[in-house]
Design a protein around this ligand. Structure first.
Ligand SMILES: Nc1ncnc2c1ncn2[C@@H]1O[C@H](COP(=O)(O)OP(=O)(O)OP(=O)(O)O)[C@@H](O)[C@H]1O
Ligand SMILES: [Mg+2]
Length: 400
């Protein structure tokens, strides 16, 4: 309350006060929903799921368990065997070693001569499902045996939150990707800002509001007051190169803006997925995005760099196939861009939304947590999208 009735509260004070009220409320909501002692953890996987993920027959898994070979599964109350994802990966290694000629089937990691895949998920339209797409892709890849690095380039840090790293609570100063890019003595090697996650096979570089510093810093550096070094748009690519031996695929979740960091992501990416919700306003906004992106890439090219992506695809997200206007826009995109629009779409589903509210992907839900049919439809759609992206990856490795 202000003491002087005639003068309204200063706007800065009002906004800061509102932010304080909200963040306090969010904090207590979060503490109720995710008590700090309840660290995020990953569910375990039933024998039939493990069999599907690894192509090891169920009967083989059962025999192994009876004979005490390989990782020992836990038993549920109903005596069913369940495996932790770490154990699934152990099985993969065992089978790949035992059957070298089929090793790729069990352990699909990249081999000598296959380049690190860096997949940028981009569109400056907010809410086009960039983060949802990123998190589902990371989880899917890890479940299928790839080594994944998820990078949160968004100061909103929704991807970090999905991985259990709450931006204001769990991510401290100089612990984001900014630390590896900054132009002062506080720069850190990228390896120091990578953290393991509860999802075996996925490491994370978290984001928080600090990431925005980069957007303020680059103009200063460009105007010559800061230290030089790699051209700014090369920085992210260079940083990733330092840890590339440890990963098969990097997934870059970008903010809904076309700033210096997004440009760095576009440059670092070997493949791009532009998420688009099939609605007129979203497509209009994407058209602006593409124009600006084209201009910016030309600036990079004028600086002497070349930019060729292994693939560049549009992914239709939050798709309601029964909505007539959406169907028209989806058809228009396919007509215009043909095979550059991924065939599978991510259908709009309350399962995705509900899982997202609990900061989880569909892959983390226990069977039965959400209506069976709703869950199945959503998961089939997400699986198809991710399988199509894996196909692009395999193709650019020259595997198919
Ligand atoms: N297939 C889907 N079905 C239902 N809801 C979805 C689906 N995909 C995304 N959403 C919901 O839409 C909202 C926006 O999604 P998301 O955060 O992934 O978008 P974004 O592009 O990352 O947004 P921003 O631009 O703010 O980073 C979220 O609430 C998410 O749960
Ligand atoms: Mg996002």
């Amino acid at each position: 309350m202000t003491s002087n009735r005639s003068a309204p509260e200063l706007s800065s004070a009002r906004i800061v006060r509102h932010a304080g009220i909200l963040s306090g409320q969010l904090q207590s909501l979060r503490e109720r929903m995710y008590p700090p002692e309840a660290q995020k953890s990953l569910r375990s996987f039933m024998t039939n799921e493990v069999s599907r993920l690894t192509s090891i027959p169920e009967s083989t898994l059962k025999t192994m368990s009876l004979e005490g070979k390989g990782p020992a599964p836990a038993r549920l109350d109903n005596n069913h065997r369940v495996y932790a994802l770490d154990q699934v990966n152990e099985l993969r290694e065992m089978f790949a070693n035992a059957k070298p000629q089929e090793a790729l089937r069990f352990l699909p990691r990249r081999r000598k001569g296959e380049h690190l895949q860096v997949i940028g998920i981009a569109n400056f339209k907010g809410g086009s499902a960039k983060t949802t797409t990123s998190v589902h892709l990371c989880h899917y890849l890890a479940l299928h045996g790839y080594r994944v690095l998820a990078v949160d380039l968004d100061p909103q840090a929704s991807l970090s939150a999905m991985f259990g790293a709450q931006p204001e609570m769990d991510v401290g100063e100089n612990e984001t990707i900014y630390a590896a890019l900054r132009h002062d003595e506080n720069r850190r090697p990228i390896s120091e800002v990578i953290r393991r996650t509860y999802f075996a096979g996925v490491d994370l570089i978290p984001g928080n509001i600090e990431v925005m510093e980069y957007e303020h810093e680059i103009p200063r550096v460009l105007s010559g007051s800061g230290k030089g070094g790699a051209l700014f748009f090369e920085q992210l690519r260079e940083a990733l190169r330092q840890v590339e031996d440890q990963y098969d695929i990097v997934v870059l979740d970008t903010p809904p803006s076309l700033g210096f960091l997004t440009l760095g992501a576009i440059y670092a990416a070997t493949g791009l997925i532009v998420t688009v919700h099939p609605a007129m306003l979203d497509v209009a906004s994407m058209s602006q995005f593409l124009l600006m992106m084209g201009d910016l890439i030309r600036v990079i090219e004028n600086a002497g760099a070349t930019l060729r992506h292994d693939f560049f695809h549009y992914l239709i997200t939050r798709h309601n196939p029964h909505d007539q206007p959406q169907a028209q826009i989806a058809a228009m995109l396919r007509h215009l861009f043909a095979e550059e629009v991924l065939v599978p779409t991510a259908i709009e589903s309350t399962a995705v939304e509900a899982a997202g509210l609990a900061k989880r992907s569909l892959y983390e839900l226990e069977p039965g947590e959400i209506g069976r049919d709703t869950y199945r439809r959503a998961k089939e759609s997400m699986d198809a999208v991710n399988a199509a992206i894996v196909e692009l990856i395999r193709k650019s490795w020259g595997r198919t």
